[in-house]
Write a protein that binds this ligand. Sequence first.
Ligand code: NAD
Length: 453
Amino acid sequence: MEVKRVVEEVREAYATGITRSYSWRKSQLTALKHLLIHKEDQIYHALKHDIGKHRVEAYRDEVGLMIKSVDYALWNLKKWMQPKKVDVPLVCFPTSGEVVPEPLGVVLIFSSWNFPIGLSLEPLVGAVAAGNAVVLKPSELAPASSNFLATNIPKYLEKTVRVVEGGPHMGEQLLEHKWDKIFFTGSSRVGRIIMAAAAKHLTPVSLELGGKCPAIIDTLTSERDIRVTINRVAAAKWGLCSGQACIAIDYLLVEENFAPLLIDFLKAKIKKTYLEPETLARIAHKQHFQRLSNFLKDPAVAVSVVHGGSFNAENMSFEPTILLNPPLDSEIMTDEIFGPMLPIITLKKIEDSIEFLKARPKPLAIYAFTTNEKLKSKIIEETSSGGICFNDAVVQFALDGLPFGGTGESGFGKYHGKFSFDEFSNGKAILRRNFLIEVSVRYPPWNERKLQF
Ligand code: NAD
């Protein structure tokens, strides 16, 4: 069906007011949960086809996580929808004030290919909970997942949620229409296109973009702490869609004396856990594979490889790769990597990591593995990022109570849990008075006597 018709139909459906009631929102969220449960196997097949994701990883990062998000919205929906009373100054007595959330209207959601189910449905949960109608455009680079959503969403949800499939050309067609909100997950290049198109209609946008998420690894002395750190660092690189995630660890910052030990531990971890092709998701598409292999073809980068470095164009896979001090002006250190290469940058003192980060674009997340409370405080106070996670990585995404989103070049707009509800709502300010008390000093004519009040 042509885009114009879909947009008209969704607008007409929204205009009936059907999406506003608590019962409608609840029914749609419940339907979404049923879709996830009934079609679980189809989702695993789609994710295997698109990115070679293992079923366990797919449950952890997409199906299970989404069921959790829907449940959280269902548990809290009534509370979120209630008006929130605000403080009123005595001088305004008798007055009451409250904030009433209302839906924004018809929203357009773009999602990316790396978590093609989760990153389509996570914003959808917020948009539906907030009472909006939605057009969702999944990524064409995860075709089986996109097709799954286009086939199954109409079977479970009402016509106020529609899926439109296609690539950049379809994206451009959708952007020609007026939306009440655009929620975009993807690259900063396309994010700029989205924002320019939204500006024409003064449409509010949320941009969930990428960047380079660093992990500061302090010189840990306990062997147990080192082992736990290695488990978590490896999982946030090779165990997370092979590093193809906006919150994957991009590179490590380490004191130079500690780097050799860290590399030994990482190599052992790779050998033990990350060599099975089943464990590693595949590189999603040819263009991206080419981009990643070009990183390693740079001779100045190639000499910095201390582990791995080989790749197989036929099955689009890379060996988990560690690099030690690749040039800071090489592409692997200036671009978001989004793949299974892990550069380690050494510093004289771990505190130097703060200046290193301050000199670079603000990332979506900063990770730091340390027991040093002073260092933690310094990182919180002196650096800027969408979020910080100490002594782990990536798990912040699963906490509904934490806002998820970037700042600066990693984007803007926060979502997850109540933050999603707010992101897709207009907090309407309501002030109520009665006719009882009337203070004439507030009205003209003005005179000096009135200044005394
Ligand atoms: P992308 O920007 O290429 O595509 C994102 C979406 O935009 C897709 O649906 C695509 O079809 C659409 N699109 C592409 N060109 C368009 C155009 N000209 N007009 C309109 N729509 C267009 O991003 P991607 O390659 O799918 O995803 C990778 C990027 O996304 C990385 O930079 C990554 O860091 C980022 N990302 C961010 C988050 C987050 O939550 N912050 C999550 C996942 C990925």
